[in-house]
Design a protein around this ligand. Structure first.
Ligand SMILES: C[S@@+](CC[C@H](N)C(=O)[O-])C[C@H]1O[C@@H](n2cnc3c(N)ncnc32)[C@H](O)[C@@H]1O
Ligand code: SF4
Length: 381
């Protein structure tokens, strides 16, 4: 299944009104302190896990394209030295078109990044400004063209279900996206996250969001268009040509093992048949201070019960088109996955054509994925 490393960079130039990631306004920073902290975190992880070659390294955020490329290079180099990299390891980084130019891309490529994921969000200037983005559509397209000239693998994100967005608007956006994609697209339905500026605007009635029926229509348009272009919905929001799937994210969705370093990052590790969930301090200055003092930014280490572990396997694995490999789940849990499911509820979902199972796999059908949250809520109730 592979072993991954996630690096969280918590800074953004501007905070988008819909975003609730662990993010902070970018400011002058002490590169040496960050370098020492990430490198110490890697050394600590090695002591915990032992040498185990990495299938992937993923720089996420926040806006990791704001990281000094020399810092990205130092982290990749130390990770390769301490853990080793599998042949053909994926080294991915998320970039914001507002903080990307050809020279920076070239430096990141030279540092070892081989997959870039660009947060384009929309090809429409009005929508970009409504989303509070710090770039326009021309800048997004220019960044995409530059990225495609420099990185072997490039993906980009779009958000749909925007205020006032019609089926025709979304079809047009997808036509543009499909004409310029290179094998992978992430299409996220706008979620109103508690505590964000969008949540406050929605509460005041100032955000005319599409109703549930319109959102389902927009989801269907995305499925049809991507399938027609040969991009498989291998995950509920992710579409890829064969071989272009995100190897790093597949580790999460298949409930593999990964180390997460940086403010607020999470790790999942299987050690001595225990499933560990580790969390790092959320606030950057506290995280930096903790690593400087204790060589680790860890704030919590919990051993998941088999029932908690089974819930995670279901929540992430049922997002995948391939579903859950039952043998692998049984090996991880020490008991069949079915032992953690209410069989009567499962039978009802199967009879309704929303879930499908055989001796090898359990998966949500195409119809079920349209209402995935409701299916998961029912299965995990
Ligand atoms: C960490 S961000 C990506 C990198 C970069 N910071 C950017 O915004 O361009 C990951 C992606 O999550 C998506 N996202 C964030 N908040 C969302 C929300 N409330 N609803 C839907 N998608 C969201 C956006 O598509 C975004 O590109
Ligand atoms: S969407 Fe990206 S750029 Fe905007 S606040 Fe979130 S992480 Fe930062």
């Amino acid at each position: 299944m592979g072993f991954g490393l996630y690096i969280h960079w918590p800074y953004c130039r501007r905070i988008c009104p819909y975003c609730d990631f662990n993010i902070y306004r970018a400011r002058a920073l002490d590169e040496t302190a960050w370098r020492q902290a990430f490198l110490a975190g890697l050394d600590h992880a090695l002591r915990l896990v032992g040498p185990r070659p990495l299938r992937s390294i993923s720089f996420g955020g926040g806006t990791p394209s704001l990281m000094p490329p020399s810092l990205v290079a130092a982290i990749i180099e130390r990770a390769a030295l301490r853990f080793g990299l599998e042949d053909d390891a994926e080294i991915a980084l998320e970039a914001n078109p507002g903080s990307a130019d050809a020279a920076r891309f070239a430096d990141l490529r030279a540092a070892g990044v081989n997959r870039l994921s660009l947060g384009i969000q929309s090809f429409d200037d009005g929508a970009l400004s409504a989303l509070g983005r710090d770039h326009d559509a021309a800048a997004a397209r220019a960044a995409l063209t530059q990225a495609q000239a420099i990185f072997p693998r490039v993906s980009f994100d779009l958000i749909y279900g925007l205020p006032g967005q019609s089926r025709a608007d979304w079809r047009r956006a997808l036509d543009v996206a499909l004409a310029c994609q290179s094998g992978h697209l992430s299409l996220y339905q706008l979620t109103i996250e508690p505590g964000t500026a969008f949540a406050r605007a929605a509460a005041r009635g100032r955000l005319a969001l599409p109703d549930e029926q319109r959102r389902a229509d927009l989801y269907d348009v995305a499925q049809e268009r991507c399938a027609g272009a040969g991009l498989d919905a291998y995950e509920v929001s992710n579409h890829a040509a064969p071989g272009h799937e995100s190897r790093h994210n597949l580790i999460y969705w298949r409930s593999g093992d990964w180390i997460g370093l940086g403010p607020g990052a999470h790790s999942r590790l299987t050690l001595d048949r225990r499933r560990l969930a580790l969390t790092e301090h959320r606030r950057p200055e506290i995280w930096l201070d903790a690593v400087a003092r204790a060589r680790s930014g860890e704030v919590e280490c919990e051993t998941l019960s088999p029932a908690q572990h089974a819930s995670e396997i279901l929540l992430s694995g049922l997002r995948l088109g391939e579903g859950i490999a039952l043998k692998r789940a049984e090996d991880a849990l020490g008991a069949p996955l079915g032992a953690f499911l209410d069989q009567a509820r499962l039978a009802t979902l199967v009879a309704a054509g929303l879930v499908q199972g055989d001796a090898e796999r359990l998966r949500v059908t195409a119809t079920g994925r349209r209402v995935l949250d409701a299916v998961l809520a029912e299965l995990l109730a």
